[in-house]
Ligand binder design. Structure first.
Ligand code: NAP
Length: 397
């Protein structure tokens, strides 16, 4: 069957009933995970729409497989195809340490301007958690993906360039940077901050979250982190006047999202002590990196953590974890993070019924204590293989 193309018209995705959706298998455990993901998605879509809708999968090459077959790890056709088809899903890709090619994940985010890294943390009953009341955890982090200290603007201590920057800072800008310092720059821009906060707000509205929190360290870094907060409030006030209520100015009511901000260090204790008071968290790159891993730890760790990299009318979904090469080919890896990434993808496409079926099935399967090795070791039950877990999940749809 020939697939149709997802289009982006007037700021909205238009999804045909038989969209072509590209996937990248990934390295290490990636192929096992993606096999499981595709079979669960196909079963959920079939069950939700009785044949009326279907995904036509299209494999794209990246990573070791691409290197082997076409001699480069990220062929131009792969990047172009994601741009063309707009919605894609990938398995984890290995980044060689100390040489080889640079991170393909970072390259994909940059080439496609996928500026929001979206990381939900939702608790499924039965998952081992260090929290006493983990069922209160249902948060989604929107992490700015393109700037901050991750922009790669830094100089090594002792180099000519570093010395040049140090002199400029000390002699012309009145700073006092010691001679033995390395120097990094933290750019935070208005346009990029505002598009991230706008996207987080749209997500909160579309997915029924009641609270949007701007997380920042603006008390210390006033013109970067503090500006992120101010620009965030500004865009919310200007573009969503009827949908927001700011903390201290009223209560969250039907159809409105309560907007507040929290300083980053405080936010780490808030997610532990008052998780039920938060929903969507919009934040800068480094803060987002830290807080989303802390949240993942509350709801079952890496095997359970899905992610999405989202731009304007384009999105690439993936499990948060890496390629876990030591488990490759062993049929033991937990595919849930990939499966939940696919659930996010279906939501993004507007196929909510299929997404809800997957959500329910993950919950049921885990509460039946049918789990892979990573959760089984904490629950004291015998682990299922990747394929047996996938079958159990499909039965539970
Ligand atoms: P990793 O692949 O995420 O694995 C680290 C450990 O996390 C595993 O040994 C395993 O722990 C646990 N784990 C990860 N995924 C799991 C799953 N699906 N089910 C159960 N447990 C899981 O991290 P890494 O070993 O640091 O990285 C390996 C490669 O992946 C590197 O080349 C790295 O650059 C790359 N990477 C890619 C991405 C991406 O594609 N987005 C992200 C991160 C890393 P236990 O052994 O303790 O059970």
């Amino acid at each position: 069957m020939k697939g149709g193309k997802i289009r982006f018209v007037n700021g909205k995705l238009v999804v045909p009933d038989n969209p072509t959706v590209p996937f990248i298998e990934g390295d290490g455990t990636g192929p096992e995970i993606m096999r499981s993901v595709r079979s669960v998605v196909d079963a959920a879509v079939e069950k939700a729409y009785s044949g009326r809708r279907r995904i036509i999968w299209k494999e794209l090459l990246a990573g070791e497989k691409a290197l082997k077959e076409v001699g480069e790890p990220l062929p131009k056709e792969t990047v172009d195809a994601i741009r063309e088809y707009r919605v894609a899903i990938k398995g984890p890709l290995t980044t060689p340490v100390g040489g080889g090619y640079r991170s393909l994940n970072v390259a994909l985010r940059q080439l496609l301007d996928l500026y929001a890294n979206v990381r939900p943390a939702k608790y499924y009953p039965g998952v081992p958690s260090p929290l006493r009341y983990p069922e209160k955890v249902n948060m989604v982090v929107f992490r700015e993906n393109t700037e901050d200290v991750y922009a790669g603007i830094e100089w090594k201590m002792g180099t000519q360039e570093c010395e040049k920057v140090r002199r400029f800072l000390n002699e012309e800008m009145g700073a006092n940077v010691p001679e033995d310092a390395g120097i990094g720059v933290k750019p935070i821009s208005k346009r990029r901050s505002q598009r991230l906060v706008r996207r987080a707000m749209e997500y909160a509205i579309e997915n029924g979250y009641k609270v949007l929190t701007l997380m920042h360290k603006g008390n210390i870094m006033k013109y970067t982190e503090g500006a992120f907060r101010d620009w965030g409030y500004e865009v919310l006030k200007e573009e969503f006047p009827d949908r927001v209520v700011f903390e201290g100015e009223g209560e969250e009511t039907e159809g409105k999202v309560l907007v507040n901000d929290r300083i980053a260090d405080n936010m780490f204790q808030q997610i532990l002590t008052r998780p039920d008071e938060y929903g969507v968290i919009a934040t800068t790159n480094l803060n987002g990196d830290y807080i989303s891993d802390a949240l993942a730890a509350l709801v079952g760790g890496l095997g359970m953590a899905p992610g999405a990299n989202v731009g304007d009318g384009i999105a690439l979904f993936e499990p948060v974890h890496g390629s876990a090469p030591k488990y490759a080919g062993k049929n033991v890896i937990n595919p849930t993070a990939g499966i939940l990434a696919a659930k996010l993808m279906l939501e993004y496409m507007g196929w909510k019924e299929a997404a809800d079926l997957i959500d329910g099935a993950v919950g049921r399967t885990i509460s039946q204590r049918k789990v892979t090795y990573d959760l089984a070791r904490h629950l004291g039950v015998a682990p299922l293989s990747t394929t047996d877990y996938t079958e159990a999940l499909i039965e539970n749809l």
